[in-house]
Design a protein around this ligand. Structure first.
Ligand code: PLP
Length: 374
């Protein structure tokens, strides 16, 4: 990495995120390729900075540098989002008390449940949208885990207030920024200790890879995460890193278009007779609207909506022709998932459908949704 001179290092005034996504993480060697190529190597010749493939890779570094600049910190990439979550939880001393969103990502909740069963830590589910409830729990908390918007209810937590309070009380605070992406919010700037991503989703953006990342403000915390990754082997693949950076370059433009279509569909869905509720923080009637407006640069591209019951929701999914039924999110293709069908999602209303809005023409998406709903 030290041999690389980055374009952005010589710039005093910071570039806009759209520009950072393009210029960061490139070599500046005359005659060299524009892009840092995938370096397929398990081992390197003696005498250089890299030794063995588990310790480092130039393709990981290019990705990390770009995402790190977008989030405003030091990035460490991992084999998946859950490997990144795991790295953060593994750093906790035995017996630590974790508070987490009761309607957060089910994989993170399952990991916390497992660690709690093993007696390694204690955990407390919270409604992170309720600021007073979180503040009251802080004195019994060592690690505050936050998601905003939450998955799949798209609730908005007051990040500025919660992160400032956590910092005042010496509570470590992590924000899972997968749904918002650095385009909408940068939690490190609000005082978060760490930001975590499933790069599998919007960052990769094409439903063709799994990868994760942690971004921290502090260089020592970064080194500790790298040590954990090296010792536990939770390293990303080289091809995945290459593709994730290729995805990241177009994140700003993809996300802008996807959230514009999401806002349009949320609006149309909320006046459809078969739809009982729409959860989208960009709707003026949504409980998260004013918070989202003040703390985010947009409202995201996830829309959850409810129909009468689980059976109706299942029927809608099977009748869709353009929108793909499937879990996961953040790809260029629009996907839909009845979240209540999954283990650990029993609290989600049975008729709730979570839509990840892609890059198809929004009128075609609406045509498909209405034919399935009617
Ligand atoms: C998917 C997801 C994860 C886990 O990431 P993987 O890449 O699937 O391991 C974590 N947090 C959120 C919010 C997610 O959507």
């Amino acid at each position: 990495m030290s041999r690389l001179v980055r374009h952005t290092e010589v710039v005093e005034e910071p570039w806009h995120p759209e520009t950072v996504a393009i210029v960061a993480g490139r070599d500046d060697v005359p005659g060299g390729p524009f892009n840092v190529p995938p370096t397929f190597a398990s081992t390197y010749r003696d005498g250089g900075a890299l030794g063995y493939g588990r310790w480092g890779n130039p393709t990981w570094s290019a990705f990390e540098e770009t995402l790190g600049q977008l989030e405003g910190g030091n990035c460490v990439s991992f084999a998946s989002g859950l490997a990144a979550v795991s790295a953060l939880l593994a750093a906790l001393p035995l017996g630590s008390r974790v508070a987490y969103p009761g309607d957060g990502y089910n994989g993170t909740r399952a990991m916390l449940a497992q660690l709690t069963r093993e007696g390694r830590l204690t955990s407390q589910a919270l409604n992170v949208v309720n600021t007073d409830e979180v503040l009251a729990q802080l004195e019994h908390t060592d690690l505050l885990w936050l998601e905003s918007p939450t998955n799949p209810m798209l609730g908005i937590a007051d990040l500025a207030v919660l992160l400032a309070a956590a910092r005042d009380r010496g509570v470590t605070a992590v924000v899972d920024n997968t749904f918002a992406t650095p385009m909408l919010q940068q939690p490190l700037a609000l005082g978060a200790s760490a930001v975590v991503h499933s790069a599998t989703k919007y960052i990769g953006g094409h439903s063709d890879l799994l990868m994760g990342a942690v971004i921290v403000a502090d260089g020592r915390a970064r080194d500790e995460l790298v040590t954990w990754r090296t010792l536990h082997g939770a390293i990303p693949g080289v091809m995945e890193s290459y593709l994730a950076l290729r995805g990241l370059r177009t994140l700003p433009v993809r996300f802008e278009r996807q959230q514009r279509s999401a806002a349009l569909l949320a609006e149309r869905l909320s006046s459809h007779v078969q739809v009982t509720v729409v959860h989208y923080p960009g709707l003026a009637a949504d409980p998260g609207f004013s918070r989202a407006t003040s703390q985010m640069n947009g409202y995201g591209a996830m829309v959850s909506f409810e129909v009468r019951d689980a059976e109706t929701a299942e029927r809608v999914v099977t009748r869709l022709r353009l929108v793909i039924g499937g879990t996961s999110l953040g790809g260029v293709e629009t996907t839909i998932d009845r979240r209540g069908r999954w283990e650990g999602e029993e609290h989600v209303p049975g008729g709730l459908l979570r839509l990840s809005v892609g890059l198809e023409h929004p009128d075609d998406l609406w045509r498909d949704l209405t034919q399935a709903l009617n």
